[in-house]
Write a protein that binds this ligand. Structure first.
Ligand code: CU
Ligand code: CU
Length: 287
């Protein structure tokens, strides 16, 4: 059993060790394989295929399993490591320590949005982008989107999702608007005046690579999703009598049949079900 910590409480040496291991995974190819996995399972609503990672009930368990892939690779290099988390409701400006020279580096420069500081700056030579390349091979960000400002989600916005006692609702996609914790936290369900909420809004706030199918190209991805994973725990604790939905395979007439994962169906590319990932007791805990 190991601990996932708020990045704010990491020592300088712990940040250094985390960054060094991430760079080693990049060097040995593991990191880009992980980015490819995310890209492959980035299937939107309007596609007829199976949606296992996004716009779908298995958003939480799929990303839990995905983070464990990354974390296991980190820990194989250095067993003191885990994925830190970033609470974006409190740590909510580009001046936060998260974006420091000694950790993830800062926003992109004007013009091409290229990240110029920290270990993941292209010019350092250790972070070439190879998966999902459109223009340059450099990491891009646009923190806070100054051209069209967007704020990180507030505590009240997060609470709005956590207070919903229903896990998810038909049609089990990004339009599930009648309610559901999953769609409110993933962030497609939003008031008319807003396009994004919670998880999605954070991707938009960071900008650059974080807005697309290859978002794990930005190491901020892992800290963001570590917090999303923690929030799933909070929802479970708040609603002990609510469970994952759909609880069983959808009926023959349901348009979403074969396109979403119910409680006991395996989530590709792994042979694990949401049921098996409802908890993480004995593996890791949050501090
Ligand atoms: Cu994702
Ligand atoms: Cu995400």
């Amino acid at each position: 059993m190991y601990t996932r910590r708020n990045h704010k409480h990491l020592t300088r040496a712990q940040k250094q060790a985390f960054v060094a291991a991430v760079l080693e995974l990049k060097r040995n190819g593991t990191y880009d394989d992980l980015v490819r996995t995310h890209q492959r399972y980035f299937v939107p609503d309007d596609d007829d295929g199976l949606r296992v990672g996004h716009m779908t009930p298995s958003f939480f368990p799929w990303h839990r399993r995905y983070l464990l892939e990354f974390e296991n690779a980190l820990r194989a290099l250095d067993s003191s490591l885990s994925v830190p988390y970033w609470d974006w409701t409190t740590d909510n400006t580009p001046a936060a320590a998260l974006w420091g020279e000694d950790f993830l580096g800062g926003t992109g420069r004007a013009g091409d949005r290229q990240v110029m500081t920290g270990a993941f700056a292209y010019e350092r030579g250790n972070w070439p982008i190879r998966v999902g390349v459109t223009d340059g091979h450099y990491l891009t960000r646009n923190l806070g989107r100054p051209d069209r400002p967007i704020a990180l989600p507030t505590a009240a916005e997060l609470q709005w999702a956590v207070e919903d006692p229903v896990y998810d609702a038909s049609p089990w996609d990004s339009t599930a608007s009648g309610g559901g914790f999953r769609n409110k936290l993933e962030g497609w369900a939003a008031p008319r005046s807003e396009r994004w909420r919670n998880h999605n809004k954070v991707h938009q706030w960071i900008g650059g690579h974080m807005t697309g199918a290859t978002s794990p190209n930005d190491p901020a991805f892992w800290l963001h999703h570590s917090f999303v994973d923690l929030v799933w725990d909070r929802w479970q604790a708040r609603h002990p009598d609510s469970g994952y939905l759909p609880a069983g395979p959808l009926g023959i007439a349901d348009r979403q049949r074969g396109r979403v994962i119910s409680l006991d169906e395996a989530m590709p590319p792994w042979d694990q079900t949401p049921h098996e990932l409802l908890g993480h007791q004995g593996v890791y805990r949050y501090e």
